[in-house]
Design a protein around this ligand. Structure first.
Ligand code: H2B
Length: 97
């Protein structure tokens, strides 16, 4: 999977308003009602990661989930990261679209 150009990434990010590109990765932060809702979303995301065989760098503080996506093998952002970002969006923002 080849690394996308900065221009391609910025273009694709127009469809992902929660996400920003810097430091060779795309990043988002999600706020939930409480820890339980946050961790529940993380569990569901974890199953998607396994299905896609692609895994986030992430951290959680109480009701906040911080996620960075990059493809380690490509040392940058690839289509795999956008596929996972899409799956994450459909879990954390089920009302959108
Ligand atoms: N996740 C991410 N984010 N980047 C990778 O390059 C990657 C991964 N590689 N998950 C996968 C697993 C690789 O280690 C396995 C062996 O396919």
């Amino acid at each position: 999977m080849s690394k996308l150009s900065e221009q391609d990434i910025e273009k694709r990010l127009l469809h992902f308003p929660d996400w920003d590109y810097y430091d060779n990765a795309i990043h988002a932060e999600f706020e939930f009602e409480n820890f339980k809702d946050c961790f529940s979303a993380m569990s569901r995301i974890a199953f998607e990661c396994e299905a896609l065989n692609h895994h986030p760098d992430w951290s959680n503080t109480y009701n906040i989930l911080t996620i960075s996506l990059s493809t380690h093998d490509a040392k940058g952002v690839t289509n795999k990261d956008f596929k996972l970002a899409e799956a994450i969006e459909s879990i954390v923002e089920p009302d959108e679209e």
